[in-house]
Ligand binder design. Structure first.
Ligand SMILES: [Zn+2]
Length: 404
């Protein structure tokens, strides 16, 4: 069934009929059940989206479609109606993990073109999404004028794109639009993402644009999903990039920790208690995580991946970013999502100290006894890499270093 032949005026005609007949009669007349979550919103009203699309099809060949003629939902009806400039709501998106997983899958499989750099994919679309996610972090509006969007994207593309891929911002936003992630509100005939006509369309219309409203809503209201999408983008498209620089450039690095409660116990000694050459006896274990580790912790909502504990301080959730293969010489572990775990302080110490190890099938095990502790807790969008786990297990087998 050619839903793709629908035009905006056909949908508006179906809405007029819906308004005239009323919902119940409209649905019964055309053989539709009530929608479960997928509604198209227009002019302050909402309509069962599948029924509207089916009845709108009368404009294509004179025959409305019946409910059994085609499937509704995200990939079909919602996409088609959104491409015609309508807003479509989704079912229970905040409770529906599958829905979020689908979004993450889509981000991971963006239809990117081959780069001028052999063996690489162009980074335009991933950079566009990172930029949009950075706007969310800054609390900015979903939609931005084209002048602002193209200026910001071009700067990012020049800095983080592959050499020779160009820094034009038109094509990635058009590509993302046709993949259902980017919105040009009020525009029905958004051109394909190729050729000078597409660039001219953008230049002449100067459209405001941004993330689709349902995507924007999810990443705004669920910081963990926001972080998981950021991690996914970094893993899939920016493996050999300075990720902290990229996160800082897209405003995805958190504010510096200025008043961490962990640092407060490094308070000056009371006046008059002069203890030469000696400071407070308590040691303060200050963890300075990179921007990337902060994203990993957010993705897990600060829940320990081993015990599930979520510590809460006055500043909110607290966890530590633990590198599986240690950073720095002689181990030279990379600071990348696949080498990071989100752990509580206890399990961070046990992992670093070689008391626990993680098998290739992601089971956590006591090193000394071989006793299993449990499966590593995972979220979609973040997975440890097997090679780093193997390196860590190798370290666990070595004699403990002096001073530990
Ligand atoms: Zn733990």
């Amino acid at each position: 069934m050619a839903l793709s032949d629908l035009r905006r005026e056909m949908v508006l005609a179906a809405m007029t009929e819906y308004d005239t007949l009323g919902r119940d009669v409209f649905l019964e007349t055309h053989g539709y059940g009530p929608a479960r979550g997928y509604f198209v919103r227009y002019d302050g009203r909402r309509y069962d989206s599948k029924a509207i699309a089916g009845v709108a099809h009368r404009g294509v060949d004179g025959h409305p479609l019946r409910a059994g003629d085609f499937s509704g939902g995200n990939a079909t009806v919602a996409r088609v109606l959104e491409n015609l400039g309508f807003e479509v709501t989704r079912p229970d998106k905040f409770d529906d993990g599958q829905y979020v997983d689908d979004l993450i899958h889509q981000v991971r499989t963006l239809k990117t073109a081959a780069s001028a750099t052999p063996g690489e994919r162009k980074r335009h679309q991933p950079l566009t999404l990172l930029w949009a996610l950075g706007r969310v972090s800054r609390g900015e509006e979903r939609l931005a004028p084209w002048s602002e969007t193209s200026f910001a994207l071009s700067a990012l593309l020049r800095r983080f794109g592959h050499p020779g891929d160009g820094a034009h911002a038109e094509f990635p936003v058009l590509h993302l639009h046709h993949q259902g992630l980017w919105d040009f509100p009020g525009h029905e005939d958004v051109p394909r993402a190729s050729g000078s006509a597409a660039q001219r369309w953008m230049r002449e219309l100067q459209p405001i644009s941004g993330l689709r409203s349902w995507v924007h809503e999810i990443v705004t209201e669920q910081p963990a999903v926001h972080a998981r999408i950021v991690l996914c983008l970094l893993e899939e498209y920016f493996r050999d990039v300075d990720r902290d620089a990229l996160l800082a450039a897209t405003s995805l690095a958190p504010e510096p920790d200025v008043d961490s409660p962990l640092q407060e116990d490094a308070s000056p000694l009371p006046k008059g208690t002069s203890v030469p050459g000696r400071r407070s006896g308590s040691t303060s274990r200050v963890i300075r995580d990179t921007a990337l580790a902060e994203q990993v912790k957010l993705a897990h909502d600060h829940q320990c991946q081993i015990c599930g504990t979520r510590l809460v301080t006055r500043r909110g959730g607290y966890a530590e970013g633990a590198h599986i293969r240690p950073l720095g010489s002689p181990h030279d572990g990379p600071d990348e999502p696949g080498n990071l775990l989100c752990l509580c302080p206890n399990h961070h110490v046990l992992l670093d100290g070689g008391a626990i190890k993680i098998t290739d099938d992601l089971a956590v095990v006591h090193v000394s006894t071989g006793r299993p502790i449990g499966p590593l807790r995972l979220v979609e969008g973040h997975r440890p890499e097997i090679r780093h786990l193997a390196y860590h297990r190798h370290l666990c087998e070595e004699p403990p270093p002096l001073g530990r």
